[in-house]
Design a protein around this ligand. Sequence first.
Ligand code: BES
Ligand code: ZN
Length: 626
Amino acid sequence: MRVLPWLVLLLVGAASCRHAATPHEPADMRAALPMDIHSYAEPDHVRVTHVGLDLSVDFSQKTLSGSARLRCSRERGDRVLVVDTQDLVVQEVVGADGKARKFTVGAADPKLGAPLRIELSGGEQEVLVRYHTTENAGALQWLTPEQTSGRRFPFLFTQGQSIFTRSWIPLQDSPGVRITFDASVRVAPTAATPDPTALTVVMAAEQLGRGADGAFRFRFDKPIPPYLLALACGELKFAPISARCGVWAEPSVVEGAARELEDTEAMIAAAEKLYGPYRWGRYDLLVLPPAFPLGGMENPCLTFATPTILAGDKSLVALIAHELAHSWSGNLVTNATWRDFWLNEGFTVYLEARIMEEVFGVARAEMEKQLALAELERELSELPPADQVLYIDLAGRHPDDGFSTVPYEKGALFLRRIEQITGRTEFDRFLRSWFSGHAFRSVHTEEFVSFLRRELLDQKPGRAEAIDLDLWLHKPGLPSDAPRAASDALQRVDRELAAWQAGKPAAQLATAGWTTQQWVHLIESLPATIDPTRMAELDQAFRFTQSGNCEIACPWLRRAVERGYSAADARLEEFLISVGRRKFLKPLYTELAKSESGRARARAIYQKARSRYHPMCVTTIDKIVL
Ligand code: BES
Ligand code: ZN
């Protein structure tokens, strides 16, 4: 269902000045913009605006415990504050007068958790919730010392996106409800961490340092959606890259990481040139242990990243360009609901390629675009039609169930198609005004469509007819006008592969100076029926099985499983046990699960590895192998 552009304008206006309108009117009108079906909160009645955290990290119990002070704005007459929780134990709620407030925790839904309803008294604007997390907390991953490179201290990190922040903080966990926050976090002296001073707590926030009481203090005065609240704790050191940018990582990793990621400052400068000033102060990176389930997470001021991007040759830094780009698309202008996720990720993939082009040149950007398109086409051929749609219907589902390359790559292609129609200069201006005009706001797809029509498509005759918005946003598949990338470097790979298939020995192929992306393309393009002896020949020449570059090892190992190339068996097991990034685990377990014997192997490996994986990977892999 589409909302008429004029209606959207009216709604946006009404939403931002609703205090001036009559009581029943604004709610009726706002109701026309889709609600966030993944939150119990009722922010139109009582809205949380600031959260004050006071937490203690207990590595023995694997809990966070303490309190969250919730500051609210409320409509007159509304007395019930509703916040989201998941697997939290709420001990008590107290008002500013120190007296208990009545609260109830509703029935828990396996996907959404449970609503916490708090009865506010009088005109009060602030309550304190005392609580602790439980071992099921979906946002928390507790690593044993063996899962770190230092092997001496445990490690903890949070991952809030999409709806997991509610499993460590009781708050209105909807991307449409922005909050500021402050926090005080200490590590409890327990058997697991007898000397807490060895550990550092970092948050995606302004770091105010460690107090005399040993607690780390943080503050963030820019309003962010709750999924961006993030914390990590472990043996961490910092290495600077530039005046406003540096790397946090374990001591043995941090120097190498800073070298590998030294182009980050150039990326920030490129992004600013394209899309306006970086608005968040510092831009630091936290390189996590290999159990981190994601490639990267754009936590504000402090991107969390997998160590698997440290290939030694800077070939995988597009991931940093991506997370950095979220400082505009996502963190500054945020999807209002998870249906609008493509507004975050599609825009970000588009920006990522632009930043890569600025810093590393067109050839590199085109190569990465072509590989991404191939990936999208592979995934489109397997996804059910409903999941191929940009403006996805998530009714009855967890936001992450709709996760695929579709919001990313199809979203980016949609923007590139618009760029083709208007030309780059005008499209760049359009994006700058989209970001500045919606800064620190959360936006719906309908709002983007109306802005697009008004600012670009209706500006010149013929433009609106040049693109079928309904097809791009609401229909499965890839529209035929999707721009195609063409990479010379990848064409050279095609030629060498053809020569090899025609009989030229692998060792004699012209591969000098090939980049990671070229190797990936070679492996992905191998004939479906390739013989294990032919794989052995490639392996001997290029050492794919032993590659320390996960982007190369993963597709190679998947092939090895598919084609029964058993020389890679041991490496596969080692890989699945040491790496926790879902992007790599999922295809490998999926491939294994295709045969009876493979499934048995998958189960045996998974039995050893499961307790080391992040909850989000456990959910994914359980479905594949159990
Ligand atoms: N915001 C995402 C990660 C995410 C998405 C977490 C949805 C939870 C739910 C992040 O920006 C991202 O897209 N990371 C990618 C890497 C990127 C280069 C495509 C990843 O982790 O693979
Ligand atoms: Zn992203």
